[in-house]
Ligand binder design. Structure first.
Ligand SMILES: Cc1ncc(COP(=O)(O)O)c(C=O)c1O
Length: 490
């Protein structure tokens, strides 16, 4: 078996070719029982591949055949001892990593700017998070990764932690010195769990940051669907043997996974692995060049700044992924969200995300100069449109509030007796729900934290800018759920 083979995808094609008479789910039976307009749009091939774990097609919950072979090839391609396919996105793989190392009362060291799936797993497990402050970039108004110094400090204080979770690279493509972080954690026998949602491709080109497996990490949850060419929701969990047990990982992943696993997603993982392993370097070389060329052109536009390698050199900015275009629009006197709406309305362009100050655009092997030249053209027009109000001062201050204090474990807060109080009157109370802007899905508040005026102001600013603030029971955020206080009876 070589990296040019696709045992799972090919096995499915061979099965489909036999055209078996199906008396099993899915009940649409190759689309025949489906609403015609939908069937026509999706097409025969996709519907014929929408199969289930019948004998010849193996079973993700206990792989012994074509899925096992496909996972083995993926492990070889990613430099892992074991690779597990996930049809629950990277969220499912992240929850598996956390639940594999933590139980009730255990400590896990995590950066505060983690994805909500990490906090969900902390609530499920009953573990206590030890938060590390990520390094904050005051110029861009974004958080980077954690520093080697803060990891050393956290481990000195909590050498009994059951795991250290690192986001590498961040959503914006910035990475820390992961190899050094792994060395420090391993000197305490603490396994390193990497949220590699935004870094499936970095393993396949030497001009990109080191991947989790290259850096010696113990586990990595990697979104093949985000930047690796597989279908949305398909991810992998890479495991290195030693500090974690692959058998436990398999059983926890299985506990969190649907029994009706999509073969479209699984086959797309197999095909994406083949492409990354056999053509990844060449495709990424072209992508990096295209992104660098685009960055250069954007930086020639008045009042816009596209981040490049000058960002490197701090303790948390050890390396970066040039295929991510972080475009700061703050000098134009508009928010990133305003820019997103403007580009949608005037140029039919959809960006990856926007925040108060920036746009994020991704360049992948799916792009050509046609798309990037349209982006450059649109950004030139955006700059022209708003240049009359541009703030030419070099420094436009950004707002990024302090991280709130944790008063209760997230699980205790989540299950405590709670009440709804008006948003503006919640200062000083302990929050019982998540508040986050999605994307990127990083919590502004997690259950158990003390609400501060400064953080409410930050939420209000995001709401006023039109950004998608989510997570609360009341979508309008007029009310917020807090831990009930029992006042003495007068
Ligand atoms: C940093 C980070 N981790 C994890 C995830 C979860 O990935 P998925 O959407 O595949 O569940 C995301 C998704 O945006 C993310 O940004």
């Amino acid at each position: 078996m070589s990296q040019h083979d696709t045992p799972l995808f090919t096995g499915l094609l061979e099965h489909i070719q036999k055209n078996p008479i199906q008396f099993h789910i899915p009940g649409h039976k190759k689309g025949a029982g489906m609403e015609p307009k939908f069937r026509e749009f999706i097409g025969h091939n996709a519907l014929a591949m929408d199969l289930i774990n019948i004998g010849p097609l193996d079973d993700l919950h206990s792989p012994k055949g074509i899925i096992k072979e496909a996972q083995k090839l993926a492990a070889e391609a990613f430099g892992a001892d074991h690779t597990f396919f996930s049809v629950q996105g990277t969220s499912g793989a992240i929850m598996t990593m956390v639940l594999s190392v933590c139980g009730p009362g255990d400590k896990i060291i995590v950066p505060r700017n983690v994805h909500k799936s990490v906090m969900s797993a902390i609530i499920f497990s009953g573990a206590s998070p030890v938060f590390i402050h990520p390094e904050v970039d005051k110029n861009l108004g974004i958080s980077h990764g954690i520093t080697t110094e803060s990891v050393e400090k956290a481990l000195q204080q909590y050498p009994d932690a059951k795991g250290l979770l690192v986001i590498n690279p961040t959503y914006f493509g910035i990475s820390a010195d992961l190899k050094q972080i792994v060395n420090i954690a391993h000197s305490y026998n603490v396994p390193v769990l990497v949220d590699e949602a935004h870094g499936v491709h970095i393993h396949f080109h030497d001009k990109l940051p080191l991947s989790a497996m290259q850096a010696g990490a113990d586990m990595a949850a990697t979104s093949v669907h985000k930047l690796g060419g597989s279908m949305t929701q398909s991810s992998i969990l890479n495991v290195r043997e030693g500090l974690v047990s692959p058998d436990r990982v398999q059983s926890i992943l299985s506990m969190l996974t649907t029994t009706s696993t999509s073969y479209l997603l699984l086959a797309s993982l197999d095909a994406a692995r083949k492409q990354l392993a056999t053509k990844g370097y060449e495709l990424l070389e072209q992508t990096i060049q295209l992104a660098n060329q685009t960055r250069y052109e954007i930086n020639k536009i008045d009042h816009l700044y596209c981040v490049g390698e000058e960002i490197l050199g701090t303790n948390a900015t050890y390396d970066y992924d040039p295929t991510k275009l972080i475009i700061s629009v703050k000098e134009l006197g508009i928010t990133g969200y305003d820019a997103e709406l403007w580009l949608r309305e005037h140029y039919n362009i959809e960006v990856e995300l926007s925040d108060l100050y920036n746009l994020l655009c991704l360049i992948t092997p799916g792009d050509t100069e046609y798309e990037t030249s349209l982006l450059i053209k649109a950004l030139r027009a955006l700059s022209k449109e708003f240049s009359h109000q541009a703030n030419k001062q070099a420094e436009v201050s950004v707002l990024l509030p302090d991280i709130p204090v944790l008063a209760l474990t997230p699980r205790d807060a989540f299950y405590a007796e709670t009440e709804l109080v008006p948003f503006e009157q919640s200062v000083g109370r302990i929050i019982a729900e998540f508040v986050m802007v999605y994307p990127p899905g990083i919590p502004i508040f997690i259950p158990g934290e003390i609400i501060t005026k400064e953080n409410l102001h930050y939420i209000r600013k995001n709401l006023d800018a039109g950004l998608p603030v989510q997570g609360t029971e009341d979508p309008t955020l007029s009310y917020i759920r807090v831990i009930k206080e029992h006042k003495p009876i007068k």
